[in-house]
Design a protein around this ligand. Structure first.
Ligand code: UDP
Length: 388
């Protein structure tokens, strides 16, 4: 039966759904196979009894400078134009993260703040964003002081908890996602477009998949039917000439031919509280000596949060990913992992009708907008090839 479709997409998360929609609109018949009992992958959310959209797999905030990705997503949702701010508990005070001039003013004496603030502005320019590992390279004693302070108090323990490794042991782009900001702008993201889907991510993805050319099968493990042999895709043992877009873990698809790819997981511990608010904004980071990295209070993602009684929070306890036990949320950006991922990418490239898409399959630390952008570009490329 699967053979009658022009394309089979493995995974109904954001990557799979973007590709499915694009192909469906190009008049291709698409089958989407999802192992879980719901769509939307890791951005799945549900409306709790309290009227709060809970992000089951942790907080998702949409932000992008990619206008095409924003426009695409906007076809399937209205937005609450939420601008994300994060506080971090540093030396007993809640200060803006990314660490910026406001954070320094809260933690340093006025004289020290004046001196260091001026030096940072002189050196980097007002409004610049400096990765912590770059800041640490400076020799000036004031800059060294502030770099060490931020490294120790904001990055070191958080990163050790999150990755089980220090900021130096992982790719610099990871800690560079949250630079030191030489301004008083407290926003976490500086992108042009930011928001949270008004009726949730699940509804957004549901609408994406709602097309006459798309058929969705939930609770089906594609790898029980689909396999790769001699650089060919087999479905139920028969050669499949259509397109396969695979969004799961590539090591599973290739039967671990190049080894087990490392992924990182979290235990999300949810709590309901009778009080209306638990903390003063959606996210508070705990970079210090706590077992968890951050607490999310979900109601803040909604326009109507003031009218909601009670609240729901989650704490994130990072942990190793164990197949079949927890969720592979993050890829690990180390040299070894990247080398192994490259082997799997190459193996996929050797099969003309196979494409890897999304965070897990491409093994990239994609944000949601990058998943959409990459998915759109990939399908455009495939379509061009199919037309010739
Ligand atoms: N990070 C940190 N302290 C913080 C926030 C972030 O050390 O208070 C580092 C940490 O290594 C983290 C990375 O920056 O994994 C990226 O943070 P981001 O908030 O982008 O992570 P995500 O939301 O993807 O989990």
């Amino acid at each position: 039966m699967w053979n009658s479709f022009d394309a089979v997409i493995v995974g109904a998360g954001l990557a799979g759904s973007v590709c499915a929609r694009q192909l469906a609109e190009a008049d291709k018949k698409v089958l989407v196979i999802e192992k879980k009992n719901h769509l939307a992958g890791h951005c799945y959310d549900y409306l709790s009894e309290k009227g709060i959209y809970v992000h089951k797999y942790g907080p998702h905030i949409f932000h992008t400078d990619d206008e095409a990705a924003w426009r695409f997503a906007s076809r399937f949702t209205d937005w609450h134009f939420y601008h994300h701010e994060v506080l971090g508990l540093v030396d007993g005070k809640r200060v803006p993260i990314p660490f910026n001039l406001n954070s320094m003013e809260k933690l340093f004496s006025p004289a020290m703040f004046a001196r260091i603030g001026e030096k940072l502005i002189d050196t980097f320019g007002f409004g610049s964003r400096v990765p912590i590992l770059k800041l640490r390279e400076h020799k000036d004693p004031d800059l060294q002081f502030v770099a060490e302070y931020v490294y120790e108090k904001v990055f070191l323990q958080y990163t050790m908890k999150q990755w089980g490794k220090s900021p130096e042991e992982i790719d610099p782009s990871v800690s560079g996602r949250v630079p030191v900001v030489i301004s008083r702008d407290n926003r976490y993201f500086h992108d042009r477009f930011q928001g949270i889907p008004e009726q949730g991510y699940t509804a957004m993805v549901e609408r994406m998949l709602d097309h006459r050319n798309i058929q969705l099968m939930l609770q089906t493990d594609a790898l029980e039917h689909l396999s790769i042999e001699d650089e060919k895709i087999l479905i139920s043992g028969k050669s499949y000439a259509g397109m396969v877009i695979y969004t799961g873990m590539p090591d599973e698809l290739f039967q671990f031919a190049y080894g087990k790819l490392p992924y990182r997981s979290l235990e999300l511990v949810f709590e309901e509280h009778g009080q209306d608010y638990y903390q003063e904004n959606a996210l508070v980071n705990y970079p210090g000596n706590y077992e968890f990295t951050r607490i999310t209070e979900y109601k803040y993602f909604q326009r109507n949060h003031r009218s909601i009684r009670g609240t729901i929070i989650s704490r994130e306890h990072p942990e190793e990913y164990v197949r079949g036990v927890n969720q592979p949320y993050y890829i690990e950006k180390t040299e070894e992992a990247e080398a192994m991922a490259t082997e799997y990418r190459r193996a996929a490239e050797g099969i003309p009708n196979l494409h890897l898409a999304g965070r897990l399959a491409e093994y990239r630390y994609y944000d949601m907008d990058e998943v959409i952008g990459a998915g759109m570009r990939m399908v455009n490329r495939i379509e061009r090839v199919m037309q010739h």
